[in-house]
Design a protein around this ligand. Sequence first.
Ligand code: UD1
Ligand code: BG6
Length: 741
Amino acid sequence: MKKTLNNLAKFETLASDHDPTTKASSANSSGITSAAFQFHHSDLFSVHFDQHPNFTEMCGIFAYLNYDVSRERRYILEVLFNGLRRLEYRGYDSAGISIDSSSVAGAVRSPSDPPLVFRQEGNIESLVKSVYQEVSATDLNLEESFSVHAGIAHTRWATHGEPAPRNSHPQSSGAENDFLVVHNGVITNYEVLKQSLLRHGYTFESETDTEVIPKLAKFVFDKANEGGDQTVTFSEVVLEVMRHLEGAYALIFKSRHYPNELIACKRGSPLLLGVKEFAEEQNNGTSYNEMNFISKNGHPKELFLSSDPHALVEHTKKVLVIEDSEVVDIKDGGVTILKFDNGKRKDGKSLSRPASVQRALSILEMEVEQISKGKYKYYMQKEIHEQPESLTTTMRGRLIRGGSSKRKSVLLGGLKDHLKTIRRSRRIVFIGCGTSYNAALAARPILEELCGIPVMMEIASDLLDRQAPVYRDDTTIFVSQSGETADTLNALEYALENGALCVGITNTVGSSVARNTHCGVHINAGSEIGVASTKAYTSQIVVMAMVALAIGADTISTKQRREGIIESLLNLPGKIREVLKLDEEMKELARSLISEQSLLMFGRGYNYATALEGALKVKEVALMHSEGILAGEMKHGPLALVDETLPIVVIATRDQCFSKQQSVIQQLKARKGRLIVMCTEGDAAAVCGGSCRVIEVPQVVDCLQPVVNIVPLQLLAYHLTVLRGYNVDQPRNLAKSVTTE
Ligand code: UD1
Ligand code: BG6
């Protein structure tokens, strides 16, 4: 996929918006030609640059343009801040916005005053505070009304170039803010572009890859206008800039030379346009134009651009999913979409021509409630508590019970046509990262049991590091909540190249995993906003158990077992409701562990994954060292750590490993281990004779027990975090979706 993206980056001809045939030539009326942008070929290749994706950021972009709808500056600021708040969950360490300095409604083609740029490291609230401080220091009028205004905003997650105002976005072309850019993704050839711009006298303020973009825009603009008349359009400038960019990106451009206009484009990184139209006069501000296409110029409307639907849904559900190599020009209340045609000319050279396209709007399948915390204080808390409902949705329509034979079966629409191929495969290889990997590990035993096919586990990055063998007769299953994790996507590309059947299990319809796998299953858990994955984990396990049931459905000998599992699946939401009643007890346990340095978790069999995932939750959010340990390995190292102070959670619910876990408990007790034992309801006395702390959980069929068992550990991690005073929803240094290697 990455390769394809890089290829798309090579636009061969100059682009223009209305007449693709005449303006595709290298000299046109706008005055921009390939030659006008005088980077010599040698410049582009003379500087060695490292394509290492370290120069990347996981970011969020948001823009708000009101057209013929009067909005005060204060309102505009709040819309931008709120947009950023909706992107917060993805993880970030700095933020910024740009708004106009004074009313520019009349400034159609003459440069307006330089836009204002505010950038701040830290959270959105520190940006908000600093903006209002600056506003009052400079007497900026918050009540000033704009009938048309274009504002842009950004959250940055730094991996190169420390979090600092100078590295935050919008990045600027220079002192006058002629061109401003917010950017998601990575410009892989930024070093070489920077060298060329330096030679042309540009100076750089930041260490970002982004800064070359606005500077390049200014370069292109200035060259085109050397003659004096400003005839070059904003989209022409951007198209010329894009021609020189390599990598994956979503970009929004704002310029004082093109007041009240925004250009958005993308290649690789997601970007959506949200449209809220007002019928005729916007008297009441609530009536929408019901058309499925964006109306042409002149109609009052509000337009939003965002890298994430969460920032749009409170404004509008009408969206346009911007596609790769599209350039969206928002101007005078109209939206023009330019699409590149990467066709071939007769002489064999590739021809990239922009053509204006009209696309229908889609409706976002998301409710505002999904992105609000409801009665809860934190998203993680809400998501833990909504697991009975999310699991119900995951299973809805997929478990079939009834018919004359009272047969119970599973129907996975996305897999049914591929089951034969999967059954014939040599291996099933699970591939994922973090919690998604753990969920696959939890489901592995039931897949092995019901499918009789060897099941391998691969952490995506490790598979790639080893370039491990993947064969044509393998079924590779990619598990990813977001469907956008870079390591998982790279492993997917690798598996596709090697000819394996690629199956996706993801929560995100339309994500890269969903689009690029041959088939798959959506887990339908609803939006997960807390960085620490909770409800997606349980839904993933349930989906994988259903996958095992579907693959094994043709085996008569396991019919009873399968029906038992289906019955247990149907009862699972109720059991989760029961186990959630441990909330207070887990809070109390957290209180007793609040100042510990470390917490170990021992599990085996079905619940080895529970130990890993429980420990991952504690370390991610409570910032406490925690390790999940395979109990069978206890004597081969971890036992050395055991003393009367180190707290250890031992998972010993009823399954075929129960007696082995009892023996583990005895050995730990013999070394005065400080034990917290998770056991099946009613087993407290049996597992530790009343001498240790217990967490009693309801029993379900063994292979689904990990779904129940993780819940108290999620609650424990949540309460530990709150009690230790850390941020539950945005843990230090972590991002919801890691879109870079
Ligand atoms: C689908 C519909 C659902 C509808 C149901 C009715 C979608 C997203 N789902 O659900 O709204 O109620 O039919 O029968 O429209 N896929 C991948 N890779 C992945 C995930 C999914 O290729 O990682 C593919 C599947 O193979 C399938 C499609 O996406 O072709 C939809 O998958 P899924 O939503 O799981 O299918 P259904 O449960 O049948
Ligand atoms: C990040 C998240 O590290 O990515 C984790 O913070 C998540 O919670 C991991 O498990 C994998 O993400 P995904 O979207 O591929 O499941």
